[in-house]
Design a protein around this ligand. Structure first.
Ligand SMILES: Nc1ncnc2c1ncn2[C@@H]1O[C@H](COP(=O)(O)OP(=O)(O)O)[C@@H](O)[C@H]1O
Ligand SMILES: [Mg+2]
Length: 418
């Protein structure tokens, strides 16, 4: 019996049909697969290269595949960091007519690392705390949009470097549910699951000798709960003050900006006599600095990378005495004369090691280090050269490839159906 494939996708790439759908994913030939770091999973998950991009394929029940696909689409629409769904394949069967499970296809998140891959590299102190801090922000953002995750864990999250920190992306939405708003009970439940899972995952690393020394998994689990509560309160709490203290409105907005959030809607209510004012943010959007940088330069980067780049831009304006000029014009010059030449000076073969904005961030660190060492202001292009030779060359490639030259993988020919 021939298989009758069905593709559900927003924009179907016909090359999807070239993949060997009549074979169980577990047995796909090595020449279609891309060797990328992969986290722990319940289902079979594999990476493939197709039409010049990398995709993740997960074998999963049909109903669940469609559900997860729709949830991921909704999350993308809501602007929450998650993997991008590409499509669902159903109707798979082997040549002998045996039915195969459906497949959910997502786009491989470039430069993302599963947490276990991070722990197998040389560790910076504080890595687990920084991962959990990133997951905290993600969880708060999900809850703000009404998304209940159900299975919050490090394994269901992907991490990208974001200056000194990490940015977390949701990868597994299978157990999730989208509501208008979550009840405190739903949020507490998700938070509890997160805490228990994270403690378990860190204990597992500890048992394997992979965790940093002096890290207590339970403390990190508690840190998540504590940070979550503080961020949630800062973003959603009601604040009241005397009518004369209006400056506190601006202060609240500044504080939220500093946390990386923009206030799209703020409720301001006075009591009947007008003596007290209460404010409560109603709609907040993450990415305050990233959005500002994008407006000025068109660069699309993570939030903390954006803070760093904006700082450098400020210094550029001060150093070139341009504060009186429109910010937009100085930003353009900074982009053309500082950022782009610096990252373009990195040899082609080293560019897959880190994202450009992350490289630039590390170059700034390196410049600071060189300047302190040599007691002079080292120019960025000089620092960049030194960084490439002494730091970047020694780093592992984080764009995608671990061990295999995936660019050289041949495409699979479409097998005629019988
Ligand atoms: N789009 C993607 N980009 C990068 N890695 C992915 C992607 N999709 C899945 N993975 C990797 O596969 C692992 C398992 O995926 P997941 O959806 O959690 O499967 P399961 O439902 O079986 O737990 C993830 O931890 C991640 O490392
Ligand atoms: Mg999972």
């Amino acid at each position: 019996m021939a298989q009758r494939l069905q593709i559900t996708a927003a924009a179907t790439d016909p090359a999807l049909l070239d993949l060997p759908w009549s074979i169980p994913l577990e047995d796909w030939p090595a020449d279609v697969l891309a060797a990328l770091p992969r986290g722990i999973s319940r289902h079979v998950v594999r990476f493939v290269r197709l039409s010049g991009r990398f995709l993740a394929v997960k074998e999963i029940g049909e109903t669940v595949a469609h559900r997860e696909y729709e949830l991921l689409r909704a999350l993308r629409r809501l602007g929450v960091p998650s993997v991008e769904p590409v499509g669902v394949i159903t109707g798979r069967a082997t040549p002998s007519g045996e039915r195969l499970e459906a497949a959910l296809i997502t786009r491989h998140l470039q430069f993302s690392l599963p947490y276990r891959a991070l722990f197998s590299q040389q560790l910076q102190p504080g890595t687990s705390a920084r991962l959990v801090d990133a997951l905290t922000v993600l969880l708060v953002r999900l809850h703000l949009t009404g998304f209940y995750w159900g299975d919050v864990s490090l394994s269901n999250t992907l991490f990208r470097r974001d200056a000194e920190s990490f940015a977390a992306y949701l990868v597994d939405a299978e157990t999730g549910d989208l509501h208008d708003a979550l009840t405190p009970g739903q949020r507490a439940y998700d938070l509890d699951v997160a805490r228990v899972n994270i403690i378990g995952e860190l204990m597992d690393l500890e048992a394997g000798g992979l965790l940093e020394a002096d890290v207590d998994p339970v403390e990190i689990g508690d840190r998540l709960v504590d940070r979550y509560s503080r961020l949630w309160d800062a973003l959603t709490g009601i604040e009241s003050f005397g009518a004369g203290d209006r400056w506190r409105v601006a202060e609240r907005v500044d504080m939220l900006n500093e946390l990386g959030f923009d206030v799209a809607e703020l409720d301001i209510v006075t009591d009947v006599g007008g003596t007290t004012v209460s404010i409560q943010p109603k709609v907040v959007e993450a990415g305050h600095h990233a959005r500002r940088l994008a407006r000025l330069t068109g660069l699309s980067v993570e939030e903390n990378q954006a803070r760093r780049l904006l700082n450098d831009l400020d210094q550029f304006r001060a150093a070139t005495d341009r504060q009186a000029e429109p910010e937009q014009r100085a930003a353009r010059d900074w982009l053309d004369n500082v950022f782009e030449p610096t990252v373009h000076a990195v040899p082609e073969e080293l560019r897959g090691k880190l994202e450009p904005a992350q490289m630039f961030h590390e170059m700034l660190d390196h410049r600071w280090f060189l300047s302190a060492e040599q007691q002079r202001d080292v120019p960025i292009h000089e620092a960049a050269r030194s960084y490439v030779e002494h730091v970047l060359r020694k780093r592992p490639d984080e764009k995608r490839v671990l061990g295999v030259d995936t660019a050289a993988l041949p495409r699979v020919a479409l097998e005629p159906e019988v």
